[in-house]
Design a protein around this ligand. Structure first.
Ligand code: SAM
Length: 329
């Protein structure tokens, strides 16, 4: 059965409108593609983690050609094949795959609702599940994008978003790398009046808009392909489930887009690899780390932008455990 892989291991400012708001044009340079890697089943988690660290957009595990092997199929951003091959080194070989053969729809018959935080239920529209009292059901069809809600990196962000809105519903949220729009749509369903969602992948922009419509929040969710560097304004909450490489590349933008006293949540990090991103964010702006949450080998960092400058503290203050977190060191 195909499965999306896991790896080994309120402010007050209203943002300016995004400078874009435009439809995404075709990406420059080589187009995005799909790659496959065949590995021993025992190496699947390790290889998947390396693929994620190279910036791939999804990793699906299928049965491999030989007994005891698995085939990892991943979406590769335009020009990203070199990074994938570098991450895998000499041990494994990544090969391009024709998109029609990629099998990205193979998971659909097996899809089920995902739970995150205290009360969030992310449902595939074609397979709704019973929702308990007090739970918030959100329907998400990722189409050809990342984000059906069950991935640990997404659930860590959802838990952080829910906790923040429980304290006070922020006036605006930025979802940087929105994929299916799951975080943006949940933010709007939690009561956020203005959500800006951006993604470099045109398929994600299409899917996120459709999911905003599906959940009745299209008027509050502005989805576009606007590059992070071109976004203006400061957001009381910034969610960036982008993976290590993109977080390092965009640390300055993420710090700039975070409002004073606002929360910046970064996710998509392997548990052993969060320090470099924390350091990059420390260099990029006056951010204090409040939490590091972990789930199934993934880590997310929650940082608060201070009102004034200074260096980042990387020691999170102790807090009681939350449902999505397994490690609060
Ligand atoms: C791991 S997915 C997260 C999707 C969704 N936010 C979630 O949490 O499930 C990362 C997304 O970020 C997008 N992305 C990667 N680099 C980006 C960048 N520099 N700017 C905007 N989006 C980016 C990818 O296309 C992909 O859709």
């Amino acid at each position: 059965m195909p499965a999306l892989m896991s790896p080994p291991a309120g402010g007050s400012e209203v943002p300016d409108p995004p400078s874009g708001g435009r439809s995404p044009g075709p990406p420059e340079g080589p187009p995005p593609g799909v790659a496959q890697v065949v590995v021993a089943a025992t190496d699947a988690d390790l290889a998947s983690g390396l693929l994620w660290s190279a910036g791939v957009q999804a990793v699906v595990e299928e049965a491999g050609p030989e007994p005891g092997t698995v085939r990892l199929v991943c979406g590769v951003p335009g020009g990203g094949m070199a990074a994938v091959r570098a991450a895998l080194g000499r041990r494994w070989v990544a090969e391009p795959v024709a998109v029609a053969d990629a099998g990205f729809d193979g998971w659909r018959p097996f899809a089920s609702a995902a739970r995150a935080g205290r009360r969030l239920v992310i449902q595939p529209p074609w397979a709704p599940s019973p929702v308990g009292p007090g739970e918030l059901a959100v329907e998400i069809d990722p189409g050809r994008s990342f984000g059906h809600g069950s991935h640990p990196t997404t659930r860590l962000c959802l838990a952080a978003l829910e906790a923040e809105t429980d304290r006070a519903v922020p006036r605006a949220v930025l979802d940087a790398g929105c994929g299916s729009g799951v975080l943006a749509v949940v933010a709007a369903r939690l009561g956020v009046r203005r959500v800006v969602a951006v993604d470099v992948d045109p398929a994600a922009v299409v899917a996120a808009r459709a999911n905003a419509v599906r959940n009745g929040v299209r008027a509050r969710v502005d989805v576009s392909g606007t590059p992070l560097a071109e976004l203006a304004g400061r957001f009381p909450v910034v969610l960036a489930n982008l993976g290590e490489r993109a977080l390092l590349d965009h640390a300055a933008d993420l710090a700039r887009l975070s409002a004073p006293r606002g929360l910046l949540v970064v996710s998509g990090l392997l548990t052993g690899r969060w320090r470099q991103v924390a350091g990059a964010l420390a260099d990029a702006g006056p951010l204090t780390m409040e939490d590091r949450t972990e789930l199934e080998g993934w880590a997310a960092l929650a940082l608060r932008r201070r009102r004034f400058g200074g260096r980042l503290s990387v020691r999170p203050r102790p807090r009681p455990p939350a449902p999505a977190a397994t490690d609060w060191r």
